[in-house]
Design a binder for this molecule. Structure first.
Ligand code: ADP
Ligand code: MG
Length: 246
């Protein structure tokens, strides 16, 4: 059984001055699955993502990616990552097409024109190809941000609040895109929308004040929180935050 591209996180800690943004968290993400960090504002989700993709150095703990050549640290496998940051990384003065090509150049992707056509079609962006970043709707901008993150065919994709501020239809469209990646790409997403974690994630870690308050599949979280089999993630979340049986 191959475990390539799985992620192992142990005792990850990151401080900003005296503030501990991520406080001794440990979890595993299986290759090809979708893992959600769920939590309210300030829980430490973005900080955890930045550590995981090598954008910031943790103060303590280990992060390992299982690769063909063994376990590697984030800095050693960044070329295999795709990131859609919380603040879109879309170039406002570049067109959709130019934004995509730029990713190709940064990552040294072969056959950029062909790959651009493919991604434009895959994300339903062909008609918008000459639209500048600043003229895109919120939903389209997010879609482009994720298309850019996937341009280099990353093995691990980070989506930080992929549907923040989107309307219901735009959100559902992005959910479909994430669904289509299952089995091929390891996806780590953050969200504060319960229904998003419930709809997309194979496993969920509930973050609170930098710590993981509970973790598991939806069924496991129900059990841990003592809620019944019909409980939504929202019921579970409330129970956990109220200091239920977890
Ligand atoms: N660059 C920074 N400098 C100082 N404090 C920060 C910085 N980034 C985040 N924080 C603090 O760390 C905590 C976690 O923030 P963040 O990781 O952005 O949470 P989330 O993404 O869950 O909203 C918050 O209290 C936030 O104010
Ligand atoms: Mg955040």
């Amino acid at each position: 059984m191959k475990h390539e591209n799985s992620i192992t996180v142990r005792h990850l800690t990151k401080k900003y001055g005296t503030k501990t943004a991520v406080d001794d968290i440990s979890f595993d993400v299986e290759a090809g699955t979708v893992f959600a960090l769920l939590g309210t504002n300030g829980a430490g989700k973005t900080t955890a993502v930045k550590c995981l993709c090598g954008l910031t150095e943790p103060d303590a703990g280990e992060i390992g990616y299982d690769t063909e050549t063994g376990l590697r640290a984030p800095m050693d496998c960044r070329e295999h990552f795709g990131l859609s940051p919380q603040e879109n990384a879309v170039g406002m003065h570049l067109t959709v097409e130019e934004n995509l090509r730029l990713m190709g150049k940064i990552y040294g992707v072969p056959h950029i024109p062909e790959r651009t056509e493919q991604v434009l079609a895959q994300f339903g962006l062909t008609e918008e190809r000459r639209t500048r970043g600043k003229a895109l709707s919120g939903g389209m901008g997010r879609r482009l941000s994720i298309a850019m993150a996937l341009f280099s065919r990353p093995k691990v994709l980070f989506l930080d609040e992929p549907t923040l501020g989107l309307d219901v239809l735009a959100r559902r469209e992005l959910w479909k895109i994430v669904e289509s990646l299952r089995g091929q790409t390891t996806v780590l997403l953050t969200t504060h929308y319960m229904e998003e974690a419930q709809a997309l994630a194979d496993r969920i870690a509930v973050m609170q004040k930098g710590k993981i308050a509970a973790m598991g599949t939806l069924e496991e979280l129900r059990e841990q929180s003592g809620t019944d089999s019909t409980a939504s993630l929202e019921d579970i979340f409330v129970r956990i935050m109220e200091g239920g049986s977890v």
